[in-house]
Design a protein around this ligand. Structure first.
Ligand code: CDP
Length: 257
């Protein structure tokens, strides 16, 4: 169960060290090391675009439909497509069964993910339509919003939605007084702060910046810089995953000729 940061820090098991004397974290990573990330594009046959991302113990599926006709009709915009995002956690995705359906957290995360993706999309090309993005968290271990943004952006590209750039995301934070990259669940629970960031790397635009916890101004700057570095590494992986899919298509086409 996700508890408020202050409560979690107070409930920290005695003697628990998030970084040991050799600078290693609980899962063996160094301060600036990402968790293992695997991505696959085009994993669902019935969606217009899709992607699956495993990021540490996070398992996240994104599906995109559209641009398509919008219902109810009164939501349509005469000048651009509407972008709808639903972030959803499966009941079995967390330790304590999560009640199905939206809650305050998932509504907020859906909203910030929508804001993170929107600047990348050429929505003005598709007036009076909707683009639906579904993000399904199958397993959660902290950092699901950044992994969700990363998956959704791949699914949008897979759907062929015209984009200015991919959106890549990553978090940095503070644990045991140190700024580190990509917090896992224990680090998020018992650490001091978490700073998720999303970027459009081509122009270095930031499309999401949040902070949970306490940081000084300098620490915040350091965390943002580190998260941007992480997001750039994620961006490279996104490009590779997309290339992989197009290589497969090219091979299939060549095989059919
Ligand atoms: O996942 P993210 O870091 O973007 O968002 P968060 O609200 O900071 O949640 C951190 C983590 O808490 C999630 O990734 C889940 O592992 C966990 N969590 C949970 O165990 N139960 C919930 N109802 C919600 C979150």
């Amino acid at each position: 169960m996700k508890v408020k940061r202050v409560e979690a820090m107070m409930g920290r098991p005695e003697g628990l060290k998030l970084i040991d004397e050799n600078g290693k974290r609980l899962d063996g990573r160094k301060k600036y090391e990402l968790r293992r990330i695997d991505m696959e594009v085009g994993v669902l046959k019935n969606a217009d675009g899709s992607a699956y991302v495993e990021w540490g113990k996070n398992k996240i599926l994104a599906a995109v439909y559209g641009p398509r006709e919008i219902h109810p009709k009164h939501l349509q915009r005469p000048d651009m497509a509407v972008l709808r995002v639903r972030y959803n956690m499966a009941p079995f995705s967390v330790e304590e069964r999560k009640k199905p359906g939206p809650d305050r957290r998932s509504v907020e995360i859906s909203k910030v993910i929508r804001g993170a993706l929107e600047p990348a999309l050429l929505l003005e090309m598709f007036p009076r339509t909707v683009i639906d993005v579904f993000i399904e968290v199958l397993q959660a271990d902290a950092g699901t919003r950044v992994a969700g943004i990363t998956a959704a952006s791949l699914a949008l590209a897979d759907a062929g939605v015209p984009m200015r750039d991919l959106v890549a995301a990553c978090a940095a934070g503070k644990i045991d007084g140190e700024i580190v990259l990509d917090l896992n669940k224990d680090e998020d629970n018992y650490g001091e702060a978490d700073v998720p960031v999303a970027i459009m790397p081509l122009k270095n635009d930031i499309t999401l910046l949040q902070m949970d916890g306490y940081l000084t101004r300098d620490e915040l700057l350091e965390a943002v810089k580190l998260a941007i570095k992480g997001a750039k590494a994620v961006y490279q992986k996104q490009r590779e995953a997309l290339k992989e899919k197009y290589l497969q298509i090219a091979q299939e086409v060549a095989g059919n000729e």
